[in-house]
Structures are given as structure tokens and as C-alpha cells.
Write a protein that binds this ligand. Structure first.
Ligand SMILES: Nc1nc2c(c(=O)[nH]1)N[C@H]1C(S)=C(S)[C@@H](COP(=O)(O)O)O[C@H]1N2
Ligand SMILES: [Mo]
Length: 421
């Protein structure tokens, strides 16, 4: 189990014996408690879900075999919570969200990044070596979360990858600041948006079609943590995560962090590239009832992602004795306001207790939380975690605001625990 790994890394307090339920035991437990029916993230139960691949595809090249492959055309894979226990998500465990075909024959030596658009003085290109030597090289811990993470829980269902909880990760990204490069190119005061193009190709095979080209407001692009990165946790980017160069922009949906990055455009308007318009990465400007049809002009671009947390230890279905305490662990993240606190509940949200919250390495980095939980009796419990951001906004306990594409589900994560006498 993930526990062994966590303890080896010294990340979790103590070494309390939490026995995991044996396969037969787990199944019986899940049946008895109706756990599977609750849609809990319980290992292979993921793959039994209607619409998901019946057979796991993989392992993906360079990726941990425990990643759950939701789609192989394009490749999309999420990380189960127990594989996300590390403070920094290892490269082979980092989720993959592709909209097109991974580019072949990636050549870092001859890679160039071109910066153009209506609002630059003159277009300019850089080789990777130029980027690495011309500008200060910086490292930040930045959380990337897909806007559709948690989509699986929306009802009526939204089309698209049925992400459960694992389209998120936090790595140490190394590169140069986007703002240093933009400054070197020279952006004019007409600049409104900074957008990307990557080298991946359209699923249709049509070379004229752009897979995805999204962007951020100039002010966001100019933040000190907005990076053009070539390294993840001290190693080259994995091919599936954008080798050899990508944007990493924390706090916004990860769809703005363009992979296989070869072109930036500084626009004099809100970028109108592929997956910027219509219903993509947009939510209703004002709340709508579940199932509503919303006209494109009433949909607004997602900017900052809401506060969220994830329990990564123990795995749901853990079993312990009443005499033991449960070491709880996980991460919490929010956009620019940061995480103010994390609490847990073992009574379905009736009462909440404080977790210990580690400081953030920097803005937009997730923060580890932990707690030691004593249970009042034997029996079935759920452990819920709830984070509150710096503006006092907490995670909802239930799935929030239904929206046509199923974005921004930041409902509390919960796990099942069985306490035996
Ligand atoms: N070139 C390119 N960049 C891309 C994408 C893509 O399909 N092509 N997907 C985006 C989306 S929707 C997400 S959530 C993140 C996922 O990053 P990851 O695969 O490294 O986890 O990449 C973004 N950048
Ligand atoms: Mo995404």
C-alpha cells in the first residue's frame, strides 16, 4: 500500500498499524456498507464504472502502472489518491490530460519557441539553450489541476473524461519566467492575453486543425510564478507531460499550461483559439439549474480554480482497532488567496476538527495536511476533509453548481474507515 512508501519518505507521522482490508474482506466490506454504490474511489472499482474502459490500458510509457487510464485516444489518465501521498508528485505518477496526439520524434536540440502576436514589437525565437542561458532559471512548486477534475460526480452527467479525484498533481517545475521572455520580446500596451500553441496534432489527422490553444490575461502571465518550464522534479519533462517545453501556470485550470510549447502569441484581445470559445473551459456566468442548456454568450471563461483538498492516506476502506489512532494525510490547494485551514470530520460534517497544515513552498503550491484521529467507538466511519481559502471560502460538502461541461467540482473528499473492537 501507499503507506509503506509514505513512511519511507518520512512524510506521515508515526507508524500506527492500519491494516488494509484483504481483497475478499474489502469486497465484502464494500458490499455490506454500500460503499461501491456511493461511488467511492476504491481502487479497481473505478474500472467497473459504466462508460469507463473495461480493461485497463497501459501502463503508459514512463508512467506508474497504477494510473487509471480513462481514454487512450487521446491519452488521458488520472492518479488514484493513494498514489498522490508525496509532497511533490513523482513524474511517473503525474496525471495526463491530452486533447490530441502526442507529437512524435521530439527533438529538444532543435526546439524553438517563437513569441509573436498583435501586441509584440517584433516576433522573436529562442532555442532551448538560449532560454536556459539568457534568463534567470527559477523553480517553483506549482499545482496543476484539470478544470474537469471531479466531473464524474455531476448529475445529470457531463460529457468528457469522467475524472474522479486524480486530475491533479504538484511538482517542482524549473524554467524561466514567462514575464522575462515577454519583456525581452517587448510587449506593447495593447497586450490583453498571452496564448500558446503546442506541437501535438489533431485526432482527425488534419494538420490544419489546432488541438488546443488557450491563454491567460496578461496580468496572470506576468506573475512571478508563471513559467516556461523544461524540467519537472529535477528531470526532463515526461513526454506525456509536454517534453521538452511547456507552460506551467498555477491557480488556473491546467488547460492554460500548454504542453510541447513552440509558440506564444501576445494578443490584443481575449484569445479566441481552440477551446477558448463556446462551452469549453467555461461555466455559466450566473448559476443555472442542473441539466440546463446555456447559450454560448452566457458562458464565462474559468479563471482561478476554487479551494480543494484530497485525502491521500489512508486509502478508502482502511481498517483499524479502536485502541489505535488513524494518521490522516493529504494536500490542500487554492489559487492566489492560499489555503487558510484544513479540517476533518468523522460525523458527516456535524463537527469539524483542525488538521495540521504545512506551509506552502510558494504561492500556488499545494500544502500537506495531517491529523491523528481517535474514533469514539467501533463501527463504520467516513473521514471528510474540508479546506478553506484565504478569503474564508470553504469547500462545499456536496457537488457545487452544476454546469454543462462538468467543471470546478471542489466538493469535500471522503474516505471510508472501519474501526474494529
Ligand atoms: N499542447 C497541449 N497542451 C495542453 C493540453 C493538450 O492537449 N495539448 N491539455 C491541457 C489540459 S486540458 C490539461 S488539464 C493539462 C494537463 O497537463 P498534464 O497532462 O501534464 O497533467 O495540459 C494542458 N495543456
Ligand atoms: Mo484539462
Amino acid at each position: 500500500m501507499a503507506r509503506g512508501k509514505s513512511e519511507k519518505n518520512g512524510k506521515r507521522p508515526g507508524r500506527n498499524k492500519i491494516e488494509s482490508i484483504r481483497p475478499e474482506g474489502r469486497r465484502a466490506f464494500l458490499q455490506k456498507t454500500g460503499l461501491a454504490a456511493l461511488g467511492f474511489a476504491a481502487g479497481a472499482a473505478y474500472l467497473d464504472d459504466g462508460g469507463w474502459p473495461a480493461q485497463p490500458v497501459g501502463p503508459l510509457p514512463g508512467k506508474h502502472p497504477g494510473l487509471i487510464v480513462l481514454n487512450d485516444k487521446p491519452i488521458n489518465a488520472e492518479t488514484p489518491p493513494e498514489l498522490l501521498a508525496d509532497s511533490l508528485t513523482p513524474n511517473d505518477r503525474f496525471f495526463v490530460r491530452n486533447n490530441g496526439v502526442v507529437p512524435a520524434n521530439l527533438d529538444a536540440t532543435n526546439w524553438t519557441l517563437t513569441v509573436g502576436g498583435e501586441a509584440v514589437r517584433r516576433e522573436k525565437s529562442y532555442t532551448l539553450t538560449e532560454l536556459k542561458t539568457k534568463f534567470p532559471v527559477v523553480t517553483y512548486h506549482l499545482t496543476l489541476e484539470c478544470g474537469g477534475n471531479g466531473r464524474k460526480e455531476f448529475n445529470p452527467p457531463a460529457t468528457g473524461n469522467q475524472w474522479a479525484t486524480g486530475a491533479v498533481g504538484c511538482a517542482a517545475w524549473t524554467g524561466v519566467r514567462l514575464r522575462d521572455v515577454l519583456q525581452d520580446v517587448g510587449i506593447t500596451d495593447r497586450a490583453v492575453y498571452v496564448a500558446y500553441y503546442g506541437k501535438d496534432t489533431h485526432l482527425s489527422g488534419d494538420p490544419a486543425k489546432v488541438v488546443i490553444s488557450r491563454g491567460v490575461p496578461v496580468a496572470k502571465a506576468l506573475e512571478e510564478e508563471s513559467l516556461i518550464a523544461w524540467s519537472m522534479n529535477g528531470k526532463d519533462l515526461p513526454v506525456l507531460n509536454g517534453y521538452p517545453l511547456r507552460l506551467v501556470i498555477g491557480g488556473y485550470p491546467a488547460s492554460v499550461s500548454g504542453k510541447w510549447l513552440d509558440r506564444l502569441v501576445v494578443r490584443d484581445r481575449i484569445h479566441d483559439g481552440e477551446k477558448m470559445l463556446g462551452q469549453s473551459y467555461r461555466v455559466p456566468c450566473s448559476p443555472v439549474p442542473p441539466g440546463a442548456k446555456v447559450a454560448d454568450e452566457d458562458m464565462c471563461i474559468i479563471e482561478e480554480m476554487p479551494v480543494k483538498s484530497l485525502i491521500t492516506f489512508p486509502k478508502t476502506g482502511a481498517m483499524l482497532r479502536k485502541s489505535q489512532t488513524l494518521p490522516l494525510g493529504g494536500h490542500a490547494w487554492a489559487a492566489s488567496s492560499g489555503v487558510a485551514r484544513v479540517e476533518y470530520s468523522i460525523d458527516f460534517g456535524a463537527t469539524w476538527q483542525a488538521c495540521t497544515l504545512a506551509p506552502a513552498a510558494n504561492r500556488y503550491a499545494w500544502q500537506d495536511f495531517s491529523a491523528r484521529i481517535s474514533f469514539p467507538s467501533a463501527g463504520y466511519f467516513e473521514v471528510w476533509a474540508r479546506a478553506t481559502d484565504g478569503a474564508g471560502v470553504a469547500q462545499p460538502m456536496l457537488v457545487p453548481g452544476w454546469n454543462p461541461r462538468g467543471y470546478l467540482n471542489n466538493a469535500c473528499h471522503r474516505i471510508a474507515v472501519k474501526v474494529i473492537a
